[in-house]
Design a protein. Structure first.
Length: 218
């Protein structure tokens, strides 16, 4: 990063939360700090912790945990009656095979409990494929996220169709604004590696009543 737009630069170990907090405390004593942010997923929990500690705007640590832990995400969505793929946390490959039958197969999806960029996500259509996918997911890694997030493997029902994400600005329980619809391009199955994103300001899905209902917007 260039220094053209940097007022102050401090070197600190981002794995040491207390050291980061002390560095921020020093900044706040000399400068007006309006917020804290990161563009790296592995530092989201740290960013939320620092924002909360210094009463700065940002996501709460519990909100970040819910976003990064897909098992927790699915549980919260289910509790709020938000439609989502049926999902189960499985401890071993044979249990995964049992849940594949419960989900009605033949196709199911196995994925890491916490990861990013669809890393490790795999489709499986047979018991042997489920077993192989389970072990592949267990060993999945993504650069920079090796020591972050909660370990575990999820098995979910397979939903066929295009994949989109709904980007929202949430200012409160009753104040939600849709910022964009992102259409995702995926690699060939059995993997689901994201290969591209498309955002169109005139996307007709922005006005889709079902999407707005799920998002909780008027």
């Amino acid at each position: 990063m260039g220094n053209d737009h940097v007022a102050v630069s401090i070197s600190v170990d981002l794995a040491d939360t207390e050291a980061v907090a002390q560095a921020v405390a020093g900044l706040t004593s000399e400068h007006r700090v309006a917020g804290v942010l990161t563009y790296m997923e592995q530092h989201l929990a740290l960013t939320a912790s620092i924002a909360e500690r210094f009463m700065l705007p940002g996501n709460s640590p519990s909100a970040v945990d819910a976003c990064r832990d897909e098992h927790l995400s699915r549980s919260i969505l289910a509790a709020a009656n938000v439609p989502s793929a049926r999902s189960y946390l499985v401890p071993d490959a044979e249990t995964a095979v049992e849940y594949a039958i419960l989900l009605g197969g033949p196709a199911v999806v196995l994925k890491p409990r916490s990861m990013g960029g669809s890393a490790g996500v795999r489709r499986a259509d047979t018991p042997d494929q489920v077993r192989n996918a389970f072990h592949a997911v267990q060993g999945a890694v993504l650069f920079g996220l090796e020591k972050t997030g909660t370990a575990g493997v999820l098995i979910e029902e397979y939903l066929d169709g295009p994949e989109i994400s709904l980007e929202c600005v949430v200012l409160g329980h009753d104040t939600i604004h849709i910022a964009a619809i992102t259409r995702k391009y995926l690699g060939e199955e059995p993997g689901f590696q994201e290969t591209g994103h498309l955002v169109d300001a005139s996307d007709p899905l922005l006005a889709d009543p079902r999407i707005r209902e799920v998002a909780g917007t008027p």
